[in-house]
Design a binder for this molecule. Structure first.
Ligand code: 13P
Ligand code: SF4
Length: 389
């Protein structure tokens, strides 16, 4: 079990040397269990196999990698980015026959929706989901929508964070709504308020609240919707007066950061710059010096002056990579015992080797294909976002 994960290298070594491929579990239905031909290979053998298959497939294959992937995976990516940049890339790279997505399930779905009909998207391990995305299901959102529409009338715009299943993006497409990412949430919310009186924002309450607060919306006009409570745990009056209804969801990685950790970092180094992702809680965001998406975090560190010091509140694989790439700056994770995103971590090089071996043999495994009716409506909401941002 991975626990104190600032030391990823030794965790990884332990997994390899245990003789048991623990990184395969838990399995999602449909995910084939890898044979010993893959689980017994050393990291070097796996890498050699991936590079050779990549060479053979040439321009027919493009590999996209989210910044939270570990170094042993991101090194294979032709392009790396946050979810917004990767969605733009998926829409732009219509020359590649296969898009191998090193990220999580909702990202691969968006790539399938935005890519051409001649392209096939592959997620190396189907178990790479997202705990936040799973916090909002279509049935619960439909039930919420029925209540909100009954209480407030037809004046609400649904906004789903990119980190959600395709059927929720489709829901937004058919109800005049839109998708946002952490790179463009403020622009998207401005678009939504130009089209309606209030926003139903799901599944990440923190991104919604942080963006609303940045726009000057008072906290008492942002109500949380708990899908397990009648009316989401709100009075009808509170819902009618709300500008934003925030789904009760969160990211298990970013919600771990605290204002106390920021105070500790400042106590240790008065000149430290605190840089956090907007999936963190409001008090963390308000205590930080800089707040922005993963791509913003990368850019801010790249542009920082040598000798500066940075406490970063985001996924540990990215923080460690930034620290390695910028030895002239002091870069460390705000949470000393933070874990990697456990679902991103399920993209192991062995799954990439397996998926590419199959591709070279003419078989597409783990294709992510969103049904056409869902994809059409989801594309409407995604294209609204791409036009706004
Ligand atoms: P971005 O890639 O939009 O920064 O989101 C972070 C994240 O949690 C991705 O799963
Ligand atoms: Fe989901 Fe958070 Fe992991 Fe992103 S970092 S995939 S939002 S759990």
């Amino acid at each position: 079990m991975l626990s104190t994960c600032n030391d990823l290298a030794s965790s990884e070594k332990a997994l390899y040397s245990s003789g048991r491929a623990q990184w395969q579990a838990p399995q999602r239905p449909g995910q084939e269990r890898l044979s010993a031909a893959y689980t017994r290979l050393s990291p070097e053998e796996l890498a050699a196999s991936v590079w050779e298959n990549k060479r053979q497939l040439g321009d027919r294959l493009v590999i996209l990698g989210h910044h939270y992937q570990r170094d042993e995976v991101i090194k294979f990516a032709d392009f790396r980015g946050d979810s917004f940049k990767l969605s733009q890339l998926a829409a732009a790279r219509n020359d590649a026959e296969y898009i191998l997505f090193c990220g999580v399930h909702f990202m691969a779905e968006s790539a399938d929706i935005l890519s051409g009909p001649h392209q096939q998207v592959i997620l190396p391990n189907l178990s790479a989901g997202c705990s936040m995305a799973d916090m909002a299901t279509i049935d619960d959102v439909e039930a919420c929508w029925a209540d909100v529409t009954r209480v407030c009338g037809a004046s609400t715009i649904p906004v789903t964070y990119m980190n959600s299943a395709a059927n929720l993006k489709a829901f937004c497409g058919r109800h005049g709504g839109i998708v946002c990412t952490s790179s463009n949430a403020d622009k998207v919310l401005r678009w939504a308020f130009a089209h309606g009186e209030r926003v139903l924002f799901f599944p990440d309450q923190h991104l919604g609240r942080n963006t609303g607060a940045k726009m000057g919306i008072p906290l008492d006009q942002m109500q949380v919707w708990d899908p397990r409570q009648p009316l989401g745990g709100n009075s009808a009056t509170a819902l009618r007066e709300a500008r934003i209804i925030l789904w009760k969801g969160h990211c298990s990685v970013h919600a771990r950061f605290t204002a106390e950790q920021i105070a500790g970092a400042r106590q240790e180094d008065a000149k430290v710059n605190v840089l956090v992702h907007p999936e963190c809680t409001l008090d963390v965001v308000q205590s930080a010096d800089f707040v922005g998406s993963t791509e913003y975090i990368v850019r801010t560190i790249e542009q920082a002056a040598p000798g500066t010091s940075w406490a970063v509140g985001t996924e540990i694989n990215l923080v460690k990579r930034l620290a390695n790439e910028h030895p002239d700056k002091r870069i460390f994770c705000l949470d000393p015992i933070v874990c990697p995103c456990s679902t991103m971590y399920r993209i192991h090089p062995a799954f990439i080797a397996w998926a590419l071996d199959n591709l070279v043999a003419g078989r597409v495994v783990n294709r992510i294909a969103v049904p056409a009716a869902i994809a059409d409506q989801a594309r409407t909401a995604l294209n609204r976002m791409l036009a706004v941002a």
